[in-house]
Design a protein around this ligand. Structure first.
Ligand SMILES: Nc1ncnc2c1ncn2[C@@H]1O[C@H](COP(=O)(O)OP(=O)(O)OP(=O)(O)O)[C@@H](O)[C@H]1O
Ligand SMILES: [Mg+2]
Length: 840
């Protein structure tokens, strides 16, 4: 070692010996003796060379007062002394490493070679930062131990030559054992330091190299710089591990003791300082990785958003905890994204109490009337419901459930209710939900986890007082992943839903102010306990007359608008609408009707757009022109044009419908063949009908009972609307068979429904209103119904009653008398689709 006085930091600004042009001394620049202080600009700033560089085989030395840098450790070093600034800038300029060396006495301001320890650490400069206050920081990463052998004179900073000290390699059991012990100690210490960042623990757990572990522990240990220096100088691995272990053991003891006596004050102050230091360091690392920038602003924003969200205390605590975690996390990590998304959910959910319901009953009535034609009973029920809500806002209002076929206005009634309550409207579709998690969300530990349907809808609505329509609650099914119905129960239960727990959120959310309305097509697939919670309101479907009114008042206007037409440009006459209803749609609601009206009006729109007409009036003729031949006309007459076919009335999830029951006889040995859309109960009905026909063959029907022995009977229900399985097709089956065996056609204007007993009694069935409406819609003029269903007569709309003749049946014989035509000779040929009794 050759001590050089030049190394004491004096100004040495001679021109470079290699003739490199060095800028002249700048008189106004140096407030200190560093000649190029003014050029230290931004973090990435370049530093102009003003002096000869250190030789290539030497290393630029940065003396430090209290830091011992270890290999592999990233550490920010604050430099203030001109000597060090000069050295660091030279290193940045020349893209060289620096040697960080501890000085023996921290109070020495301009240390010379004698003032420094001989072993330091070579480091890469990751970044050079000039803070706004003028302080300089070098973030450096230790690379390797280095022993100084001599100093290079003649430079404005210290530079030295020496030996790189490679880390000892090779393990062996004694190293292995010490390594494990050390790790255990380090982790134990960390456990006693609650403020220590999780990353440090992770680093310790992840380090596989004994040397690196010893250095890591030493670097973060709370011991004197001189003690650290001693560890740095200990290249021998066994000795180094022992030293670190010794310090840790001591530290551990102190920590335990202080924990025990509860005198942690000093320790925690230490630790807080430590934490501050570590935090700085982490920020430095993050910055280095390009991650830190803008983060602080983002965190602040999040903090503000959390404060403003109006969360309940428990939730706010949780949010702040997560925010705290987020702050310590590199923002490129996957977990950062997850926490960020979670926080966004917490922040964006409407926690605040909704404004109290201000219900104006008269106004609500107006809104309901304005949006919907007819439905008087249902509207009154809704008004009652609103009145109760108004009078007892805190009371447990029942949950309305609209049940009915598609297109009868369930969803749109819900929207009207929202309008009347002046609350946002939101739909949550439950159709096809099989998994509890779809309602209640997935735990956050799942990748891509999200809250369930309910919470998602709440966020969409933006209010805790929204009207939430639970659509298709009848189409929810239990799957292997738990039963969504039980989660729904919790959602709807007024006892529980003020603290609904979504798995993803993990904190309770108050759903008690949400106005739930459910919809379903059928009642019997709604899980029982759910049904009990709800007040069922049935919408049966509309008569042709009502549909006409709805079209005139709402649908035509809406479709005009949808197709860009003004009322003075096109019109659809009531007759045209009636024809569309009768001949082009078969439905309980008005969806297809609206669609067909739309088609007709689009045609008009084209004509007007092409300039072919100023105004298009659509009458019945135009309807045929545009929509083609009637789709449903005369179907009944055609189908029932030969014996063996009965027109039944069915109840289906989409409303009432007519259905044809066909019977045929083939040579055989008395078998009954059943095909088509038949459920189990319907099959039994078919059997009962056959037995009844057999038993009555001679007595009532006047046919040879032996006929059945030589033939098979085939009953077929063609595909069409899918009827709900049940016994109500009994009469129609009986009639189809009776017609078949007698060869007498069934009157084509007559439809029928009713269960039969083996003794020939006609028993009452359900769905009379829907079925009768469907019969009228299909153009039939007579219906045969069980006498015991007379009690349902009042429900049937007036126009339908007027259109139909009702035959009330006590026994099947009455049906035979009322609906079988007199026998005519079988025609030579019969339509293909009608199984004729060619063998009779
Ligand atoms: N009584 C009515 N008055 C006016 N418009 C009606 C009436 N009933 C239904 N509509 C209209 O018919 C259309 C279909 O109704 P909506 O969507 O409410 O049916 P839905 O019962 O919810 O059917 P789905 O079971 O298929 O969901 C809507 O545009 C609605 O406004
Ligand atoms: Mg709907």
């Amino acid at each position: 070692m050759t001590p050089q006085d030049t190394a004491k930091g004096g100004p040495h600004a001679e021109p470079a010996p290699d003739g490199q042009p060095a800028p002249p001394q700048n008189a106004e620049a140096p407030k200190v003796e560093t000649p190029n202080a003014q050029s230290t600009g931004p973090a990435t700033g370049r530093f102009e060379a003003r002096s000869p560089g250190a030789p290539a085989d030497a290393t630029i030395v940065v003396p430090v007062r209290s830091v011992v840098l270890f290999p592999e450790i990233v550490f920010p070093i604050t430099i203030g002394r001109p000597l060090s600034v000069e050295a660091a800038q030279a290193a940045v300029r020349e893209q060289r490493q620096i040697l960080v060396v501890l000085q023996k006495d921290p109070s020495v301001d301009a240390p010379g070679p004698d003032d420094l320890y001989q072993v330091g650490t070579v480091a890469n400069i990751l970044r050079y930062v000039t803070a706004p206050d003028g302080a300089h920081h070098v973030i450096c990463q230790g690379v390797q131990r280095f022993r100084i052998t001599e100093f290079v004179p003649g430079l404005p900073y210290l530079a030295a030559k020496g030996l790189h000290l490679p880390e000892p390699t090779g393990g062996g059991s004694e190293i292995e054992a010490r390594f494990l012990l050390l790790r255990e100690q380090a982790l134990e210490v960390l456990q006693l330091l609650p403020q220590a960042p999780a990353e440090l623990r992770m680093a310790i757990e992840g380090t596989q190299s004994p040397a690196a572990l010893a250095d890591l522990a030493a670097a973060y240990m709370d011991i004197q710089p001189a003690e650290k220096q001693e560890i740095l100088e200990t290249v021998d691995l066994v000795a180094r591990l022992d030293k670190v272990s010794h310090h840790l053991a001591h530290r551990l003891e102190v920590l335990k003791l202080s924990a025990e006596i509860g005198k942690q004050t000093r320790a925690s102050i230490d630790e807080r300082q430590r934490e501050v230091l570590l935090r700085e360091q982490m920020a430095a690392i993050q910055k280095q990785l390009g991650e830190g920038d803008g983060n602080a602003a983002e965190m602040e924003e999040l903090q503000k958003a959390i404060d403003a969200a109006g969360m309940p205390e428990e939730v706010e605590k949780q949010a702040k905890k997560e925010l705290h975690r987020l702050q310590r996390m590199p923002d490129a990590s996957a977990e950062y994204g997850m926490i960020r998304t979670y926080l966004d959910w917490l922040i964006e959910l409407p926690w605040k109490d909704p404004a109290p319901l201000a219900i104006d009953i008269a106004e609500a009535r107006k809104i309901l009337d304005a949006d919907h034609f007819g439905l008087e009973k249902i509207k009154s029920r809704i008004i009652e419901y609103l009145a109760v809500r108004k009078l007892a806002p805190e009371g447990k209002a029942p949950i309305l459930c609209f049940v009915g076929p598609p297109g009868v206005g369930k969803t749109s009634l819900g929207q009207s209710i929202a309008r009347a309550l002046d609350r946002p409207f939101v739909r949550a579709s439950l159709g096809g939900v099989h998994d509890e998690a779809e309602i209640r969300g997935h735990r956050r530990t799942y990748i891509g986890a999200l809250p369930g349907n309910i919470i998602q809808s709440i966020r969409k609505a933006g209010s805790r007082g929204a009207v939430m329509m639970l659509d298709e609650i009848d189409k929810m099914g239990a799957g292997i992943q738990g039963d969504p119905a039980s989660a729904m129960l919790e959602v709807l239960d007024p006892e529980q839903n003020n603290s609904f727990r979504d798995n993803y959120l993990g904190v309770p959310f108050d759903l008690s102010k949400v106005v739930f309305i459910a919809t379903a097509n059928v009642m019997d697939t709604i899980p029982g306990p759910l049904r009990d919670r709800m007040e069922i309101i049935s919408l049966a479907g509309y008569t042709a007359e009502e549909k006409g009114q709805i079209a005139a008042r709402y649908l035509v206007r809406r479709q005009l608008e949808a197709n860009g037409l003004k009322p003075e440009q096109a019109s659809v006459s009531p007759e045209a609408v009636a024809d569309i209803i009768k001949n082009y749609t078969r439905e309980a609601g008005v969806r297809s009707l609206e669609r067909e009206i739309g088609r007709v009006l689009r045609h008009a729109a084209v004509q007007i757009a092409e300039g072919k007409a100023e105004k298009v009036d659509i009458g019945p003729e135009q309807v045929v022109e545009i929509l083609g031949a009637p789709r449903f006309e005369n179907e009944v007459r055609m189908r029932t044009s030969s014996p063996g076919v009965a027109t039944g009335l069915a109840w289906t999830p989409v409303g009432g419908d007519i259905l044809f029951i066909e019977a045929a006889r083939t040579p055989g040995e008395g078998k009954l063949i059943l095909t088509g859309q038949l459920g189990e109960v319907m099959k039994e009905s078919a059997q009962a009908a056959l037995s009844l026909v057999k038993s009555q063959a001679a007595s009532e029907l006047g046919v040879d009972p032996n006929l059945f022995e030589k033939s098979d009977i085939h009953i077929h229900v063609p595909a069409g609307a899918t009827p709900k399985d049940g016994p109500s097709a009994g009469v129609a089956m009986y009639m189809a068979l009776a017609s078949l065996v007698t060869g007498r056609k069934i009157r084509s204007d007559t439809a029928m429904t009713g269960e039969i007993s083996l003794r020939g009694l006609v028993l009452p069935v359900g769905g009379i209103k829907e079925k009768v409406i469907a019969a009228a819609a299909a153009g039939l003029t007579r219906v045969m119904l069980p006498a015991r269903n007379k009690r349902d007569f009042d429900d049937i709309p007036d126009e339908v009653r007027q259109q139909l003749e009702f035959v009330w049946l006590e026994r099947v014989e009455e049906a035979v008398a009322a609906a079988l035509e007199a026998k005519v000779e079988a025609p030579a040929s019969t339509p293909d689709d009608t199984p004729a009794d060619a063998l009779a």
